[in-house]
Ligand binder design. Structure first.
Ligand code: PRT
Ligand code: MG
Length: 220
């Protein structure tokens, strides 16, 4: 277990883009607002209306690492990122019910079952390995960093494992969802040492956020 970064205050790791956009209204409802506009600032550490709470902006896939090592006390990360990272080093106490999508196996809709060894491209190599292994299918997993939808079109792989929301990106590339792997939403994660050493502070934030999630759910 790693030590939290500081004795006082809370640092929350959030990724720019849809996670930040969808986390900010929940934080606001929990009484925590940014003092500066994150879009117009290049700062990576953002002060909030609560003097001892700061946000740090990092890449989505880095959030579990920051929180596990105590560089941030808490973080907001997609379940996809957490499944890929492996969850043992973190607590995952709250489903924020934002940034929802599904992890899917996708490919060309009418292709026959490929013969021989399957090739699957994904940025989620661990998830892809586990999924095909659990089905007893031997698959070679090819790591990609983006534009997954191109890979089957140019013969790099038979299938991809990717996030799907509306399905428009797949359709636009002549692909279809084939096999669901998991429903995804963003989770609040907490450093294990911070949960002990800053228990009162973390619990307060957790319960304020959980109330905010509950209010949003009942408003839907
Ligand atoms: O962009 P960067 O490389 O920094 O990191 P990232 O791509 O991981 O971050 P970001 O902000 O794109 O996604 C952060 C998190 O949002 C993910 O980890 C998911 O938990 C969640 N999320 C929810 C999504 C989507 N919905 C989503 N639709 N993440 C990505 N997508 C992409 C998907 O990869 C595909 O390219 O949107 C496309 C599919 O969308 P549809 O609507 O066309 O199906
Ligand atoms: Mg992205």
């Amino acid at each position: 277990m790693r030590e939290p970064a500081s004795d006082t205050g809370l640092t929350i790791a959030v990724s720019k883009g849809r996670i930040l956009e969808q986390t900010l209204p929940l934080l606001a409802d929990a009484g925590i607002e940014l003092v500066a506009d994150p879009q117009s600032s290049r700062k990576l550490v953002l002060d909030t209306s609560v003097s001892d709470v700061k946000l740090v902006l990092i890449r989505a896939a880095d959030v579990p690492t920051y929180v596990e090592y105590g560089a941030a006390d808490l973080g907001v990360a997609g379940k996809d990122v957490l499944l890929e990272h492996g969850g043992d080093g973190l607590y995952e106490p709250l489903d924020l019910e934002i940034a929802r999508c599904r992890l899917m196996v996708a490919g060309c809709p009418d292709q026959p079952e490929p013969r021989g060894r399957l090739r699957v491209a994904s940025k989620f190599v661990n998830i892809a390995h586990r999924h095909f292994a659990a089905q007893g299918r031997q698959a070679e997993i090819i790591k990609l960093y983006g534009s997954m939808e191109l890979a089957p079109l140019v013969g790099l792989c038979h299938y991809i494992v990717d996030l799907v929301d509306t399905g428009n990106t797949l359709t636009a590339n002549g692909l279809a969802p084939l096999d669901p792997i998991a429903d995804i939403s963003a989770r609040l994660v907490v450093n294990k040492a911070a949960m002990k050493m800053k228990h009162r502070r973390v619990k307060m934030l957790l319960s304020a956020l959980s109330d905010a999630v509950e209010r949003r759910r009942s408003a839907e």
